[in-house]
Design a protein around this ligand. Sequence first.
Ligand SMILES: C[S@@+](CC[C@H](N)C(=O)[O-])C[C@H]1O[C@@H](n2cnc3c(N)ncnc32)[C@H](O)[C@@H]1O
Length: 217
Amino acid sequence: METLLKEMEEYAAVRHVPIINEQERSAFCRIVQDFCPHRILEIGTAIGYSALLLARCAADDACVTTLERSEERAEQAQKYIARSPYASCIKIHVGDAGKLLQQENIRAGAPYDLVFIDAAKGQYPDYFAKALPLLADHAVLLADNVLFRGYVRSEQKIPHRYRTMVNRLREYLCLAAETPGCHTDILENGDGLAVTRWDRTAEASTTERGRNHAEKA
Ligand SMILES: C[S@@+](CC[C@H](N)C(=O)[O-])C[C@H]1O[C@@H](n2cnc3c(N)ncnc32)[C@H](O)[C@@H]1O
């Protein structure tokens, strides 16, 4: 598996495929190992590198459902995954993640213990809204590149070509911080990995408190 991962890293470097960056990998793997998820959903497969890390670090019986828009990348991912010990536990779905997340075959895999968001940065708020109902009562939601080259927290003028993306990432971070039931930390080594711990019971009691408060007012 180490040799295969190395080969994938080299492929990604030569072809400019953005796989999870080196500074984040060990923290990413530690989070997955600690949480020990059984059912995993990944949004953004690329060549299958993080899907393999997820499968390796998760529970022994874990299955990974991963979504990728590019047919070419999905094919390459399938070839790598077929050579790994996790060929039977990773299933790639090709298509636009926003649409796939509403499809019955992806929803049928729920509840997911862990969701890793790593596809179109401008779609993160949409992925958040669509992934939340698919989470198990206690789950972890990871989102990569949330600080996007430092722009997301910068007070300086954002280059025009990044403006929408940066605004959507800011929106994502607000959702992850303010949605009842979510508790979010951001790991800052690398490009920013948001780690959201989700507790549906906390969400339910916050919503209930809010309702009581509104009724009394
Ligand atoms: C950063 S890469 C994923 C890297 C991968 N998670 C890893 O660390 O090995 C993002 C991937 O998301 C895919 N992508 C972008 N927009 C997408 C969309 N709307 N639906 C599905 N996949 C998308 C891209 O083609 C790209 O391969």
